[in-house]
Every structure is written in C-alpha cells, then in structure tokens.
Design a protein around this ligand. Structure first.
Ligand code: CP3
Length: 351
C-alpha cells in the first residue's frame, strides 16, 4: 500500500478495487454502467410518479435503486444512482431532465455574465448525497460503491448547448471563438465536479468515475489544449484520497492516452477499440475498464458468449481489467442476460 492510501476498509480486498490497483484478482470483476435504472422492472416500479431529479434527492429511494442491480446480478461494485447534472441543479442552474430527451437548460451559458451565475458547490448543497452514501455503505458491506460525476467538457456541452446535441456547435464555437471564456467555464466546472466527488468519497465511496461521455467529439490537439487541464484539475483534487479514479468517454479511441495522462488510474474504453490495442495506446501503469458493445446483449446467447470471450481474450495480458460494457446498459436489455453475463465472466476468469 502506498503512503497516500487510506487504511484498509471493508471493501479494500474486493476484486474490483484490486483490479483497479492492478493487483492479482480471484476473478475479473464486473459492473455495468447504467446497471441501476431503466432496464430493471423493480426500478420502474419504485420510480413510478417520481420525476428523475426528485428521485436523486431522496436518500432512501437512491439507496434502494443503487442496491437493486447488486442484489439481482451479483456485480462486483455498485454505482451511486444519480445523474451528471445533479450538482448543477444543486447550485441553482435552471435545468430539468425531460423524459425522452435528457437534460435541458432553460438559459444556456453563452456569455461571461452567464458564467458568473455558476457558483461553487458546498457539501450542504448535496446533503442528500452524503446521507444516501451513509445508508448505502452500511448495506453494501464489502461491495464497493462507485461515486461519479460528469467531466467538465460533457457538463459544458449541456450548459452551452442548452440540451443534448449531436454536433456541439455552440460549445465548439465558444471553445474556438472565445477560448478565455471557455477555459474559465471549464475551470469553474472542474471546481464544482471536484467538490462533488469529494463529498462522495468523504461519505464512503470506494472509487470514482469521471464521465466525459461526449468528449470523443474532439480532436486530440483540441482535447489537450482546451479540456485536459480542467479534467486533470478534477483528478488532482481527489488524488490524495487514494481511491481509484476511472475516466470514461465514448468514441475516445484517439484520446485514450491523453485521458490516462489526465490523471486516471483506470481508463474506460468503448467497444470500438479492442482492449489489447487500448492498452498499447494508454501505456503502462493503468488498468482498463470495458468493453462489450451494449447492443451485443440483444443477440443470441451463443453470440453474446463469443463476443464476451473476445473481450476477455483481448484483456488477458492487461495489468488490470474491470469488465464492463462499452457504454451504458440499454433500456430494453433483458435483465436476465446481464445476470448470465456476470456469471459467465466470473466463471470463465476464475483463478
Ligand atoms: O436509468 C435511466 O436511464 C433512468 C434514469 C435517468 C438517468 N439519467 C440516470 C443516470 C434518466 C432519465 C437520465 C436522463 C439523462 N441524463 C439522459 C437521457 C437519456 C438517457 O440516456 O437516458 C442523458 C443523456 C443524461 C446525461 C448523462 N447522465 C450522461 C451523459 C451520463 C454519463 C453516462 C452516459 O450514459 O454516458 C449520465 C449519468 C447517469 N444518468 C447515470 C445514471 C444512473 C450514471 C451512472 C451509471 O452509469 O449508472
């Protein structure tokens, strides 16, 4: 154990944390992005009539939803049920999550005056998170809880566009046309994100994942210049806790090395780059997470096994591997398929 790591906790020897630390594991650990949520009937039942953002502010409900996939699938880690826009809502940004659309911001951030409306986040703004994580860690025992946040670029994409986008034209217009305003916006978001991750770690999260879901829209040179400093600031701010830091984005094949350099201990990979090739791109000293295409789960059981085996074979020489999908569980996925997948990976990698 290195000097800056916290003393062994109930979760310290879990397969998940060992894999993140690149230590030998009894089996390859598995969890799924979006494992808590829409694919589960028990989730749809408890969410009935409760708007998404409101559900994130109810500690008992968050606890129940976070635990559902752990009970059902025997995954090796839980992920805190929330959304990347929750800390923005908590500091007063006028946003909502519209069913079937996603996060929508009423007054997008386009000017310096707009940016000035974004204040810092304090633990009191998200006391329900501290409370829910307290409840959760008691229930989870030796199963680690992953905290998470949206990365500055992905948060900025919603704030500047005003909602989901395919092209990020307003965000890129600011990035190229007013680099100073852009840099200040990302720096402010880095502080908010870092504060939000600290709340989760101090409440008991065993690892954190920074979701830069949409950063694959950028070329490496633009990522390095205009995004990486803010993401690096987030990772640096939580480095002292000694909890593994995971960094994930979609379509980031050309960015994997830089995303590792930003400060991650584990680099998340989508399904477009095989894990052995991803390891060459990332370089030594990092674990990898991924990367079964989530749409494979709609194929026959035989096809799912073949594709899973391909992922495990490509991961065979890695320093550390956390099995996951290459992006979130799709809503129509049969939950039993996920349960079988966990079982298959555990059995196939048992050592
Ligand atoms: O499970 C569910 O989808 C129902 C609850 C829900 C979440 N987010 C949970 C969530 C709903 C309705 C949303 C709204 C939302 N937020 C959307 C709508 C479209 C969609 O995919 O359902 C989108 C795109 C967002 C923005 C967002 N949230 C992004 C880009 C990310 C990063 C992960 C990713 O998918 O790329 C999130 C995180 C998020 N939202 C999690 C959960 C449970 C994250 C943690 C996890 O992986 O479980």
């Amino acid at each position: 154990m290195s000097a800056n790591q916290t003393p062994p906790s109930a979760t310290y020897d879990s397969a998940f944390l060992k894999a993140c630390r690149r230590e030998p594991v009894p089996h390859t650990p598995v969890w799924f992005m979006r494992q808590a949520g829409r694919s589960l009937p028990e989730y749809r039942k408890v969410r009935e009539g409760v708007p998404m953002l409101e559900s994130c502010m109810r500690p008992e409900l968050v606890t129940e939803i976070t635990l559902q996939p752990v009970r059902r699938h025997n995954v090796d880690a839980a992920i805190y049920f929330s959304d990347i826009v929750v800390p923005l809502k908590a500091i007063g940004v006028d946003l909502d999550i519209k069913p079937g659309v996603g996060p929508v911001v009423e007054r997008p951030i386009r000017t310096r005056a707009d940016l000035d409306r974004l204040r810092d986040l304090t633990p009191e703004d998200v006391s329900y998170v501290t409370e829910a994580i307290g409840l959760l860690t008691r229930e989870l025992g030796a199963t680690p809880l992953i905290g998470f946040a949206g990365a500055p670029f992905t948060l900025a994409s919603y704030l500047v566009e005003g909602g989901p986008s395919r092209t990020y034209e307003n965000a890129k217009a600011m990035m190229y046309g007013d680099p100073e305003l852009w840099a200040d916006l990302l720096d402010r978001l880095a502080d908010i994100t870092a504060a939000f991750l600290k709340v989760q770690i101090e409440a008991g999260a065993s690892a954190v994942q920074l979701f830069d879901s949409w950063v694959g829209a950028l070329a490496p040179a633009d990522y390095r210049r205009s995004v990486m400093p803010a993401s690096a600031k987030v990772f640096e701010a939580v480095a002292g806790y000694g909890v593994p830091r995971i960094h994930f984005g979609v379509g980031t094949g050309e960015l994997l090395k830089l995303m590792g350099e930003a400060g991650a201990d584990v680099v998340g990979v989508d399904w477009r780059v095989p894990l052995d090739e991803a390891a060459r791109r990332v370089g030594p000293g990092k674990a990898l997470q991924g990367n079964l295409d989530p749409t494979v789960l709609f194929a026959t059981p035989e096809a799912i096994e073949t594709k899973t085996r391909e992922v495990l074979d490509a991961a065979a020489g890695l320093e550390g591997h956390v099995f996951n999908l290459g992006h979130g569980v799709m809503p129509a996925t049969d939950p039993d398929t996920l349960t079988r997948l966990v079982e298959y990976v555990h059995t196939r990698t048992a050592r």
